[in-house]
Design a protein around this ligand. Structure first.
Ligand SMILES: [Zn+2]
Length: 69
């Protein structure tokens, strides 16, 4: 395990090729980690999903999480 960990730490981000950050390995940043996660999720949910018809256009007020950036 240690060898792998060392190797990973010295590796480069598979997304953008920058040096990996220990905090986000094997990626260089949370951004790239998110990108990879999205790819992964896209693959998982690659099943042809039709958009669910929004019959009840109800929008619970104030349920949206505010995005911090
Ligand atoms: Zn990156």
């Amino acid at each position: 395990m240690n060898e792998i960990a060392r190797k990973t730490a010295a590796a480069h981000c598979p997304i953008c090729g920058k040096a990996t950050d220990v905090a986000f390995k094997p990626f260089c940043s949370k951004r790239c980690a998110d990108i990879d996660l999205n790819r992964w999720l896209s693959g998982v949910y690659a099943v042809p999903v039709k958009e669910v018809d929004d019959e009840d256009g109800e929008r619970p007020a104030g349920s949206d999480e505010s995005e911090k950036s």
